[in-house]
Design a protein around this ligand. Structure first.
Ligand code: PLP
Length: 404
């Protein structure tokens, strides 16, 4: 192991605490990750030393804030291998990023009878905006079904993708089951029929390197808070050919070139899509999270996460009353215990300081497709989790079983 996880954990102050009388075992990283000290420092530094609005004033502080803000955009562009920082739009998160595309592309470039293709395992953030587009335009929502192991059925996807398919919107990694979707294959299939492609990368960027050019997608959306940055900041990567064509979705200050009472001309992308004062501190802190991640051996971290996953799957497989859902590959493991409501199990785990999530994980259609009326218990990792965390979860489940 090239990285010492115990040393890395010291960067995350939240992890070192006692919860319900036990050392915290934080296994809810798919919901949000903890923040390392450099990210906290970046936030603090911005508000304490350089707080000023961006792109507006000629004074020194505004210049510093603007430079830090735009430097963060460049860092994010490099992080996802975008050709240009002008293709990186700041949003509040993945949800807002997808809504921006649903508005700018869905409502303006899709028509009655066009097909929008999503998958059964999508997060609600990648379902509901497309339903709204379909309702507004007469486009038709189509859904890639699951295969026998709860992954996406590529053969069925091949049948669903046709000359009417105008847009494919697909999750990179399922937040509910931790399965990595074959996004590259799906994008290639969609591009072959001229469809627009969007990837929901919320559960990918915090776990493994992402290259939007290699994927070949038109849009890639993600949230800062799931990759060690603050809440309220996220990213939409969009190919410039699309950003130029798309109309602005919110209007006001910052996104204009010239305004008269008769007519307004808009700024160039990305500013055209960033009306009003942005989340300056959040963007700068996201840049700090990118620096932090780039300073680590991400391949070694991924191997470590894979080892945790294998340990958990082995441990759960040895429990007769536990059923793991699907074939988890990154980040999250969803499971159910015979006859036990997931919420009861999670409450007993919480009493032991173990934080997991239960319910439908904002993926109700997926839970329905899998016949999981009460949802699942989901344990989700980050690289700062340890083999002791996994052991604590497994022991916690044993203890809960005794108490139930
Ligand atoms: N997509 C996926 C796969 C997610 O896991 C999440 C959050 O859990 C979202 C979208 C929505 O992200 P946010 O709430 O940060 O906008």
């Amino acid at each position: 192991m090239l990285v010492d996880i115990q040393v890395l954990r010291r960067d995350f102050p939240t992890l070192a605490q006692i919860v319900n009388g036990h050392p915290l075992v934080y296994l809810d990283n798919a919901a949000t990750t903890q923040k390392p000290q450099p990210v906290l420092d970046a936030l603090n530094h911005y508000y304490r030393d350089t707080n000023a609005n961006v792109h507006r004033a000629s004074h020194a502080l505004s210049g510093q804030a603007t430079r830090a803000f735009e430097l963060a955009r460049e860092k994010v562009a490099r992080f996802i291998h975008a050709p240009s920082a002008t293709e990186v739009i700041w949003t509040r998160g993945t949800t807002e990023a997808i809504n921006l595309v649903a508005f700018g592309v869905g409502r303006h470039f899709l028509h009655a009878g066009d097909e929008i293709l999503i998958s059964t395992s999508e997060h609600h953030a990648n379902i509901v905006p497309w339903q709204q587009v379909a309702a507004a335009t007469g486009a038709i929502l189509k859904v890639i079904p699951l295969n026998a192991s709860a992954g996406l059925d590529l053969t069925a996807a091949g049948r669903l993708i046709n000359e009417r398919t105008r847009l494919l919107a697909i999750g990179h990694v399922s937040n509910a089951l931790g399965q990595v979707n074959p996004v590259a294959e799906l994008i290639a299939m969609a591009r072959a029929v001229g469809a627009i492609t969007l990837v929901d990368g919320a559960q990918a960027v915090g776990h493994f390197p992402v290259d939007v050019q290699a994927l070949g997608c038109d849009f890639y959306a993600f949230s800062g808070h799931k990759m060690f940055a603050p809440t309220g900041i996220g990213v939409l990567y969009g190919k410039s050919e699309w950003l130029e064509k798309m109309p602005p979705w919110q209007s006001g200050g910052e996104m204009i070139k010239n305004v008269t009472f008769e007519h307004t001309t808009f700024a160039e992308p990305p500013f055209k899509f960033e009306a009003g004062t942005p989340n300056i501190a959040g963007a700068i802190a996201l840049g700090a999270a990118v620096d932090y991640l780039q300073g680590l051996d991400r391949i070694a971290l991924l191997k470590h996460e894979q080892a945790l996953l294998a340990q958990l799957l082995d441990g759960l497989a040895a429990m007769d009353d536990i059923r793991v859902i699907g074939r988890p590959q990154a980040g999250a493991v969803s499971f159910v215990m015979n006859e036990v409501h997931p919420q009861d199990l999670a409450t007993l785990l919480d009493m032991q300081g173990i934080a997991v999530r239960t319910g439908h994980h904002c993926a109700m259609p997926l839970m329905q497709a899998l016949g999981l009326k009460n949802g699942t218990v989901r344990a989700s990792f980050s690289f700062y989790n340890t083999h002791d965390d996994v052991a604590a979860l497994l022991a916690g489940i044993d203890k809960a079983r005794e108490l139930l």
